[in-house]
Design a protein around this ligand. Structure first.
Ligand code: GRF
Length: 221
């Protein structure tokens, strides 16, 4: 299989994007980052992409009167990259069914909670408020149900008594997201991880439950 063509959608700082860039550069991902598209011109991730010589594009969602118009413009831009994998990396727009249908099986997202717990926003605040013992992040294939697609891999950590939403978000990003996301993309680029018939398959076998940090290959630990 020739190297996978990986496109990344962002809205913010791009720490997840940076983790992908670092691992791709280190040769841990059998693919090329072919483009970064943001819905916000002020996304910090755009400068990370430029520093890595990855083509960038901004499609401001405010320019479209209806969501479908933005989705169509985004799909047109993505199609030009001929992506095998489309990574949502801190992308904060809800995508419509037509868009998801076109990229179904190639489209993944990372969500900062142990799905199905806490879909939606403010996940760290909610875990702290609930007094959860554990929290973490989930990589999932994207379906029309927001944060509801089949989960591929999850990472978990113990909450600390002095955690704030900010310290928790930082630890989840540093210790979990920055590891499980590049690993998931590396598996997809190798063809080891697929969405088949709505189910996740790993190395040709249906995945009975999400993979965990214990499944990380050495390069991603
Ligand atoms: C990450 O915590 C991600 O899980 C969530 O938004 C944050 C994006 O961070 N979707 P960045 O833009 O990758 O720095």
């Amino acid at each position: 299989m020739s190297d996978a063509r990986i496109a990344v959608l962002i809205s913010g700082g791009g720490r997840n994007l940076q983790a992908l860039i670092d691992h791709q550069r280190a040769g841990h991902i059998e693919g090329d980052l072919v483009g970064v598209i943001s819905n916000r011109a002020d996304a910090g991730g755009l400068s990370r992409a430029t520093a890595a010589a990855i083509p960038t594009e901004v499609i401001p969602h405010q320019q479209f009167a209806v969501r479908e118009g933005f989705d169509r413009a985004l799909a047109d831009a993505l199609r030009r990259h001929r992506p095998d994998i489309v990574v949502l990396a801190g992308f904060m727009r809800v995508l419509g069914a037509a868009f998801i249908e076109e990229f179904h099986g190639r489209l993944v997202n990372i969500h900062p909670s142990l799905l199905p717990k806490y879909p939606g926003l403010k996940t760290h605040e909610r875990a702290l408020a609930a007094g959860d013992a554990e929290h973490g992040a989930s990589v999932h294939f994207v379906t029309p149900e927001v944060d509801g697609g089949p989960v591929v891999i999850q990472g978990r950590l113990s909450l600390r008594s002095d955690d704030t939403p900010q310290t928790l978000a930082e630890r989840v990003m540093r210790d979990i997201e920055a590891k499980i996301y590049p690993q998931a993309v590396a598996w997809m680029a190798r063809g080891a991880l697929r969405l088949e018939g709505g189910r996740v398959s790993f190395d040709g076998k249906p995945l009975a439950q999400p993979l965990s940090m214990h499944d990380l290959e050495p390069a991603f630990q």
